[in-house]
Design a protein around this ligand. Sequence first.
Ligand code: GAP
Length: 513
Amino acid sequence: MDKDALKKIISHSKEYGFIFPSSEIYEGLNAIYDYAHNGVLLKNNIREYWWKSMIQLNENIVGIDSAIFMHPKTWVASGHVDAFNDPLIDNKDSKKRYRADVLIEEYIEKLNSKVQKEISKAEKRFKEKFDKKQFTETNPRVLEITKSIEDVKGKMILAFENDDLPAVKKLIDDLEIKCPISGTCNWTEVRQFNLMFNTKLGASEDSSMDLYLRPETAQGIFLNYLSIQKTSRMKIPFGIAQTGKAFRNEIVARQFIFRMREFEQMEMQFFIQPGTQEDCFNQWKKKRLDWHLNLGIKPNSFRYHDHDKLAHYADAACDIEFLFPFGFRELEGIHSRTDFDLKSHEKLSGKKIQYFDPVLDKNYTPYVVETSIGLDRMFLAILSNSLKNEILKDGSSRTVMSIPRPLAPNKLAFLPLLKKDGLPEYTRKIMRDFIHDINIVYDEKDAIGRRYRRQDAIGTPYCITIDHQTIEDDTFTIRDRDSMEQRRIKLSELKTIVDSELILKSLLKKLDN
Ligand code: GAP
């Protein structure tokens, strides 16, 4: 993998109007970003693909847009006040702050790479005769490193399970983990750090109320689930979907928009009869992976990661991981959340929020299977998959963003060959046939080749060139972003291409088949 790939994505995003660092004239704000024109178009398209695939394609899923501020007891009941913590540690020399668990995981990752190196060396030496299984089970060096990995993992899991922060610190000391900046092991104690941002509601000191900015959108769904079920006349099983901002005061916010402090989630809670959660969980695991694969991204860019260590609310959990430029990382989570949240809210609020099941003729607290994906993280997955630098047959190169066509910020670019002879006027007239359905661009500046390159760089699937012949017979040249092939077509044909390839409907139809 190109080790500069992430850097290229960041600079390309800035240069071509996708993403800017926030408040840049004041030196920016760490891990906060603004979306520029092309960025917001792409982001809206991803959100719409998710929303419509949930709401339009499933008659038993309905929507909600709940407030970001919620009663503070919400977060007591959900467990976020007590347990939404990361263990942090500071290096006294560099004054840099780290997540203690991440420092240990990175140490384990280094040991894993050592094993991989030994395997690669042996593979080269033994060539076709190489038996990987036998080698990893018998090579003394590999066995020694594997034992260290298991040992460190075991100690780490035990320390976190017992909430034993001094044991976490001791492990970091014993492993002599160094700060990457100062190179020293001069660490503070490990302490828990709650990731929720707080603020106040109300003007006066006495009457104001401490509030949190929501760290997930899911709780807005839980608090409203019964009213939504009744007003939408839903019967179990049914789902409620929501997209919206969430906020986390991440200790280590790196890797561009992968881990942000203000980000957007797309979450769906599926309410089911207790006892049916295993089937439901497996169905949503498959459905969500199908949603990703439907975009035409290579299947080996995704993998499932089933969790061994479960969050306080879950009886099963799985991540869909994506191959980002920095390796496989969580893109989406599917969680079987049991009845934990609803029961906790019922207990703390003292309000009965049980569902009456007309089929079983009884009340119960539903179980919940959740699918939760970060919109910004999905955006980064699309950018990582799309941005390419290609060497062409004539030796020149081009930068192209092969964004899945129905998600592209602009679907068509209209380019009059010349700025005269009525070509611009004619172009604008044709464009009127498309502006109600799709986003399009008009560009008359520079030579046609440069204009093609500009559109390649922002992922526009087709360029339409209007020349003198167009005025005579209503045909024009259409150039494909990916193959760069050009052909002459009629206006009616372009409309068919838009309908079959470029609008979201084409993607939703494929998913529904
Ligand atoms: N309601 C469950 C929940 O919030 P999560 O695994 O903490 O679960 C779900 O988050 C998804 O939200 C993640 O898979 C990721 O895509 C996204 N996400 C979480 N933290 C994020 C952050 N700091 N920046 C960007 N996206 C984030």
